[in-house]
Write a protein that binds this ligand. Structure first.
Ligand code: ATR
Length: 269
């Protein structure tokens, strides 16, 4: 029987992960199945244990279970520990292993797909919630000149910067104190869901700025529109989605799938 994987979430029906992993498996000549698994809001742990008992090889975890997944695992990777969240499970030797590929996906999309190296650059991270924390370690591992975290609630940004102080040049800032332009600005807030833009000063953007919103949709987000109006190059979160999936595929199979074909396919949908 083919190895079995799935994405666990609630809701999960509209996940693009089955299509992405099917493309990876086809391109790599690997026989596997990948479906969706709707877990009850109060039944995530039982769902995971049932999948492991049924002989599944692994699973992805999405909203709202990434934090709970980190609590459930028997062992966590360094990047999952740093993120405090898990998006990739491996069922191996009777144990549940947890990893987090979101940050690696973001970095791959910025560095490889957008062609913007992060080493020595000024990077601004908007937001200090779960999405921001999930990408801190891989961002800092690239060696930016500085990573500035700006958040509506300043204390949360301070706490996030303090937590990662040993991993690189990171500091918190209020929006109003942001000075100069940034090479890369990543929107890790959930403001786009409410059609709202974090109050970044327009001077933070320049024609050399890459502005990336982790969100994606049929239309550019309001943050992307604001960044473009201020001259920046813009990107949505679709590339990050495909790249985090590719990293999960690598964790499971030890093979790095090509991502450009499926990314093009999703963009034309
Ligand atoms: P997620 O897991 O998506 O990061 P979260 O942990 O609830 O969700 O964090 C949401 C982030 O978006 C926070 O940084 C939040 O700012 P606060 O800490 O001040 O709440 C930020 N956010 C949400 N709506 C926002 C808005 N309209 N403008 C600016 N920031 C917003």
């Amino acid at each position: 029987m083919a190895d079995r994987y799935c994405v666990i979430g609630n809701p999960v029906a509209h996940s693009k992960s089955p299509e992405i992993h099917a493309a990876f498996a086809r391109d790599c000549g690997i026989d596997l199945t990948y479906g969706t698994c709707l877990a009850p809001l109060d039944g995530f742990a039982a769902t995971v244990r049932a999948l492991a008992a049924q002989g599944f090889s692994g699973a992805n975890v999405t909203v709202p279970f990434k934090l709970e997944a980190a609590q459930l695992c028997d062992v966590l990777s360094a990047r999952a520990t740093a993120a405090g969240a898990v998006n990739t499970l491996v069922f191996r030797d009777g144990r549940i292993e947890g990893d987090n590929t979101d940050g690696a996906g973001l970095v791959a999309d910025i560095v490889r797909n957008a062609g913007v190296p992060l080493h020595g650059k000024r990077v601004l991270l908007l937001g200090a919630g779960g999405a921001a924390r999930g990408v801190m370690l891989p961002l800092l591992a690239e060696g930016p000149r500085e990573l500035v975290i700006a958040n509506r609630t300043r204390a949360t940004a301070e706490a996030l910067a303090a937590r990662f102080a040993d991993a690189g040049a990171v500091r918190a800032s209020g929006f109003e104190e942001l000075d100069g332009t940034f090479d890369v600005i990543v929107n890790a807030t959930s403001a786009s869901l409410a059609d709202s833009v974090p109050p970044v000063p327009p001077q933070a953007f320049s024609p050399d700025t890459l502005a990336l919103d982790m969100m994606y949709g049929k239309q550019p987000t309001v943050f992307m529109e604001f960044a473009a109006q201020n001259g920046a190059r813009v990107r949505d979160g679709l590339g990050m989605l495909v790249e985090q999936a590719a990293e999960a595929f690598y964790v499971w199979r030890g093979v790095r799938p090509a991502t450009q074909g499926i990314l093009r396919q999703l963009r034309t949908q």
